[in-house]
Design a binder for this molecule. Sequence first.
Ligand code: HEC
Length: 723
Amino acid sequence: MTHRFKSLFALGAICIALIAGCSKQQQGPAPAESVAVVEEVTAPEVAPDVEWPMYGLTPAEGRFSPLADINAGNIAKLGLAWYFDYPTARGMEATPLVIDGVIYTSGSWSMVYANDARTGELLWFFDPEVPRNWAVHGCCDVVNRGVAYDKGRLYFGTFDGRLVSLNAADGSVRWEVQTTDPERPYTITGAPRIVKDKVLIGNGGGEYGVRGYVSAYNLDDGEMAWRFYTVPGNPADGFESEALKRAAETWGGGEWWVVGGGGTVWDSMAYDPELDLLYIGVGNGAPWNRQIRSPDGGDNLFLSSIVALRPDDGSYVWHYQTTPGETWDYTATQHMILAELELGGKTRKVIMQAPKNGFFYVLDRQTGELLSAEPYATVTWATGVDMETGRPVEVEGVRYEGKPTALQLPGPIGGHNWHPMSYNPDTGLVYIPTQDTPWVYDATEEFQYRPGYWNTGTDMRAGALPDDPVLKEQILAMVKGAMVAWDPVRAEPRWRVEHTGPWNGGILSTAGNLVFQGNGSGQLVAYRADTGEQLWSFDAQTGIVAPPVTFRIDGTQYVAVVAGWGGVLALSGGESLKTGPIPNRSRLLVFKLGGKAVLPPAVDTPLVIDPPPLQAAAEQVAEGFKYYSTFCSQCHGDGAVSGGVTPDLRALTPEKHAMWDAIVLGGMHWQNGMVGFGGELTQEQADNIHHYVIERAHFTLAESAPEAVELEVEAVVEPPPAG
Ligand code: HEC
């Protein structure tokens, strides 16, 4: 555990006591001689600073703070200390770092901010100038989950695949390297991790067609030290390692290397300094559909696996595959936590993960041995995990070979996505942001690889909400979001808190018997860590998906969260978000006991759906649906229903309808992340998508209208005589 306790009691207080005129600038690492001075005075009554120096607070990534100044007894007095408005309105997912009184955050388009942690004053800001048209290569919004810090230097990834190092003091660039092939649709949204003298970074792009890997760069000069590929390349080119040669034996038949194979390390890592093992979480297959990727079947290592590596050279140590033969976008990139648990009378060093596939895994982190795997969310694709073989027991028909699956849980959004969990050693519980978002998987009739675009090999229409009102209501009733308090020793849930819908925030727990989580309904909420009782909430005026952090400076404990709606389900979810459209108000919110700041009133613009007449045949609308599902729905929402971050295409103004071709084919709004699809879509296809969104607008109006009429009729008209 490496909490950052400052070696001295708050230097500011000492200055005031001893040296008149001692200025704030003199804070920071103490000169050696001042240590002696400290010993001569009676200890000041200011508790030591405790900051948040790395992504998961410690290399074990537990996100449990030992601070208890804010606690279950006084949380009612928690109020806003200050806020800072970010200059964008896209998804915000970052964990703030707090070091020497400065908060470092990253936001959409990979911009980095440094704010004074006491006052909120912006100290500097850095924009890596990500080309906005690169947005088309991202499944899940133009987000960034955070920066890494070491000895006055910051490191972060950019959406277009660069790794940048800045001087923390002023945001000036130290070095920058391209970590990906700019010809392939790679993106970086995850936070780098620092292990010893190296900075580690993965990437994303599995939906579009890439080969996954993690790379290590020297902190000093950005020179690449090693790279570990998670899936084999073309066997004809030879293999980078013995591990990959063996992995290649689990692939067969197809030309997976053309689309890339997937296995991106787009989020989680953890490090155990004692065992000197680095753990990486590996993503889904590219394409999702295994029949295309590896028609002869096979486990397709190291997809959907936790892999343990030596951090000095990236050599393979062990792996555990959560979903062999992955074909559902069941990534194992979800947050991993290292802990020590009493299991069967023995203390075990474990690694814990709740990957997308719905099972909560506890593994021995020295060997990769499976210790438990039980469902933390609704699971219909497997009946359980066989503890002998470590493999899930699949239900028949889930591989959509020949016909679509039944409504399946989890869907591609996962029972848990990237939102960090928290492990609280006081309660022994892991708090998991979970969800149920059912999905129907179906293969595309004929897979056509489109370099740079959506290439999952699945028909996204199959997962869309149906128009039939009864069916739709039944499906929406299955859609859920919750915080689950998981007992990792008993391998069962202890309690759960239901949310309005899926897609809620990452989690922080503290020694104050508190759990903090933001949600998709726009609230930041504190619960009792032992029981889940809600104790406090704050109206953030925007959805929160990022995890809160806490820290203490000058004797005051603060809680901070990067608020702002976005991410994959906020874009693609449509009505299954259940919260309705939520505006993005990207803001850093910082709280303390007795905080009195207030947010400016929120002004929402109502959605006006007033479409032109539909002038198209049903077949044209159906064609439009097909192309919409492949090219547009991931950003504009299922059924053209926006989650609030991108424009709702049902509510286009007459001017925008008139500019349809210029926007959709020509890319008129590319500077805001809406590229032109002229290179990929024909005029006819673009027209048909236009018909489809107009039809969706009429459908929305009709869907609400007849119900009102029906109610009226029911009230005044006698039922017709029977027979
Ligand atoms: C990578 C995400 C992404 C994809 C994919 C995408 N869009 Fe967009 N779209 C956006 C964003 C962001 C905006 C808002 C741009 C702005 O603020 O100017 C937008 C704006 C638009 C607008 C203008 C809306 C307005 O009121 O100004 C139209 C029309 C549109 N998109 C249609 C489409 C269609 C049709 C497709 C599929 C062929 C598509 N988009 C695919 C992100 C996307």
